[in-house]
Design a protein around this ligand. Structure first.
Ligand code: PLP
Length: 226
């Protein structure tokens, strides 16, 4: 087995352990491999290992990889901060945007709806006090959710969050679960929780995450900036 295959298998085993310990059903959980900074050849190797959900956080890189892999039935998840002016292009390849963090972006994605497939959207929560981080605070969840629900061509799947570095992840994810419950009062079908990365996916699964965004634990260290 290649090192990549090893890491994928080991990570999936750890995910399975967490699911079992949480008493949850494996079919509730989607494991997205975040391949940012890694070459398209790695994505192809992952496809050979059965991976179908991949995540990217920069539009240009995602667009180029999706074009090169147009022959493969992959689901591209956009997980990074997104400029509204890129909305139209992102809709051409992404099945989901996990980083809906403001009304103007929601509107731009809706306007870019060209009658293609519905785009899945996750409302990004900011779990820190730093307004510069992506996402909305607890008080703004309902307003942004209403905007997404009103947007043609978008389906609100649920919430997304990144655990702060200075907080115990389980505590942070408990707040995400609470926000998810509030959102479900507004829209009962918006049950998804995109949370959990390489260092904290176990805690995320224990707090109800449905979409794990895992990079380095599977891909290995990212090549430095380029
Ligand atoms: C890079 C990234 C991930 C994956 O991070 P790892 O720590 O490598 O698992 C998950 N979510 C987002 C939003 C990211 O940018």
């Amino acid at each position: 087995m290649s090192a990549l295959a090893d890491r994928l298998a080991e990570t999936d085993a750890r995910i399975a352990d967490a699911i079992r310990d949480a008493g949850r059903d494996p079919s509730e959980i989607t494991r997205i491999v975040v391949t940012k900074f890694h070459p398209v050849e790695m994505v192809r190797e992952l496809v050979g290992l059965g991976v179908r959900d991949v995540g990217e956080n920069r539009h240009q890189e995602a667009q180029a990889k999706a074009a090169e892999l147009a022959d493969v039935a992959l689901r591209w998840h956009f997980v990074g901060q997104l400029q509204s002016k890129k909305a139209r292009q992102v809709r051409r390849y992404a099945v989901a945007v996990h980083s809906l963090d403001r009304g103007s972006l929601v509107d731009a994605l809706a306007e870019a709806d060209a009658g293609g497939p519905v785009l899945d959207g996750f409302l990004q929560l900011n779990l820190t006090d730093d307004l510069g981080r992506g996402g909305v605070g607890p008080d703004d969840v309902e307003a942004l959710a209403e905007r997404i629900l009103a947007a043609p061509g978008l389906r609100l799947r649920g919430v997304m969050a990144v655990a702060p570095l200075d907080e115990e992840p389980r505590r942070a994810f408990a707040r995400v679960r609470a926000a998810s419950e509030r959102l479900r009062h507004l829209e009962p079908s918006a049950t998804a929780i995109s949370a959990g990365m390489s260092e904290d996916f176990r805690e995320a699964v224990l707090e109800g995450a449905t979409h794990l965004r895992i990079g380095t634990a599977i891909t290995g260290k990212r090549p430095q900036s380029r």
